[in-house]
Design a protein around this ligand. Structure first.
Ligand code: IZC
Ligand code: ZN
Length: 432
């Protein structure tokens, strides 16, 4: 190590390394953030080449071309947002008054609004228009510390628009300093033209799977398993077909009504099961046994003004399931790009500890999108994705809520946010 001059050293950092044996953390392990006080991280060719205490680094003679003094601030892995509907056109603030008047989310959808409203605007948008809107949102995420994001389709509900959304997600990942993990969510709602025959719509979505896979347009498949949307039986048929074509499985499970989506996810060994507000205790236990990552979305339950929330304490304390957190960023049930806001809600509404929250938004979230071996922790060999916070400890991040605590962000060793601002040319793309 002594002879090698690294590209970058970040010194005097309180590093939440999240290091440890492979796999997501469960139960009390989620409390372990692998904190190294007054520590140093070294970067070479976009990857982490050194992590250790200041004393060890000095003894080893670690040097670099560039050194950044973190001034005792908290350094974490880049945040990972494992559930978003990033690519879409338009917005739905016209539905706010209805929501506040108490009209339920599923009723707005049944009346042709909600998801179907976004389907109309997305079908009418060109690939470049979708890319421009998604890019601005993705850059807002990056500004708030998200360096890896999952992005779902599901606002086309037809062949051309679904594939267009997936192509946009792919372009985002190549044009921005972010990893974008793409998910095919063709069965997100029943389009009006298939209202009388949802099974025929599932058949149509299944016919897209070979193309999605062969053109590498998605790594995962997902379905909205919910009353009035898709049944457990339809979900099983679609997800089994997706699995057959080599896609990883995700599911919107037991969000609004208890249908048994959690049990289905466990049966199919899905990579993640998301929402889970209404899941049965047996279903949650089955998920833990299957090793499925449970992705909780407290921004959505807060924004939909539901009286109940996902039972994070049961998942962590009773069944030791791996828990991750995500924004669910979408124009209806959760229009926010800020995973930091979600982290604050996880403390307040799910009663997760700051350490559990950090684990859920980094290491466990990386496993929820199949990237646990490359991102989500600060360990030698992983990508040099870091958040430097204007804070010294994780509790401060969730206690002081509703603001962006980011000082700096690095993606694959490149500085992308500096002193709370996107660097150029990213800033020019985000604000025009
Ligand atoms: O656009 O409302 N729940 N899908 C399932 C969503 C929310 C996204 C939306
Ligand atoms: Zn969703």
């Amino acid at each position: 190590m002594a002879e090698v001059e690294l590209d970058l050293l970040i010194t005097h950092a309180n590093i939440a390394t999240m290091q440890g044996p492979a796999g997501p953390r469960r139960g009390h392990e989620m409390q372990d953030i692998g904190l190294l006080e007054d520590a140093v991280v070294g970067v070479q060719a976009g990857h982490i080449a050194y992590v250790g205490s200041a004393r060890e680094a000095a003894a080893a003679g670690v040097t670099a071309r560039e050194t950044v003094d973190a001034g005792g601030r908290l350094l974490t892995p880049g945040l990972v947002d494992p559930h978003t509907h990033l690519v879409h056109a338009g917005s739905r603030e016209h539905e706010l008054a209805k929501k506040l008047a108490g009209v339920p989310y599923l009723q707005i959808l049944a009346e042709g609004g909600g998801i179907l409203s976004t389907v109309r605007s997305t079908r009418a948008a060109s690939e470049d228009e979708l890319l421009a809107q998604a890019k601005r949102s993705a850059l807002r995420m990056l500004l708030c510390g998200t360096t890896t994001v999952e992005a779902k389709s599901g606002y086309g509900l037809d062949r051309d628009t679904e594939l267009r959304q997936l192509r946009v997600a792919k372009r985002l990942g190549s044009e921005l300093p972010m990893d974008v993990v793409s998910t095919f969510l063709g069965p997100h709602a029943i389009p009006p033209e298939y209202k009388a025959d949802p099974d025929a719509f599932i058949d149509l979505m299944i016919t897209l799977l070979p193309e999605v896979k062969s053109e590498q347009l998605a790594e995962f498949a997902d379905i909205f398993c919910e009353t009035g949307v898709f049944t457990v039986e339809q979900s099983r048929r679609f997800l089994q077909a997706a699995n057959h074509h080599g896609l990883g499985l995700k599911i919107h499970a037991d969000e609004i009504e208890p249908l048994g989506g959690a049990e289905l996810a466990a049966e199919l060994h899905a990579v993640s099961a998301d929402h889970l507000l209404q899941a049965s205790k047996d279903g949650l236990r089955a998920l833990a046994d299957a090793g499925t990552v449970t992705v909780l979305l407290p921004g959505t339950s807060w924004n939909l003004r539901t009286s109940e929330h996902a039972d994070a304490r049961f998942l962590i304390d009773e069944v030791a399931a791996p828990v991750a957190l995500a924004t669910d960023y979408n124009p209806g049930s959760c229009p926010t790009e800020s995973l930091q806001l979600i982290m604050a809600l996880a403390a307040n509404q799910l009663r997760m500890t700051p350490e559990e929250i950090l684990t859920a938004a980094t290491r466990n979230a990386a496993y929820a999108v199949g990237r646990g071996d490359v991102v989500g922790s600060i360990e030698v060999g992983k990508q040099a994705d870091f958040c430097l916070f204007e804070a010294t400890n994780p509790a401060y991040l969730v206690y002081h809520f509703g603001i962006n605590h980011i000082h700096s962000v690095w993606k694959r060793g490149q500085l992308v946010v500096q002193r709370g601002q996107l660097v150029e040319p990213l800033a020019a793309e985000a604000y025009r």
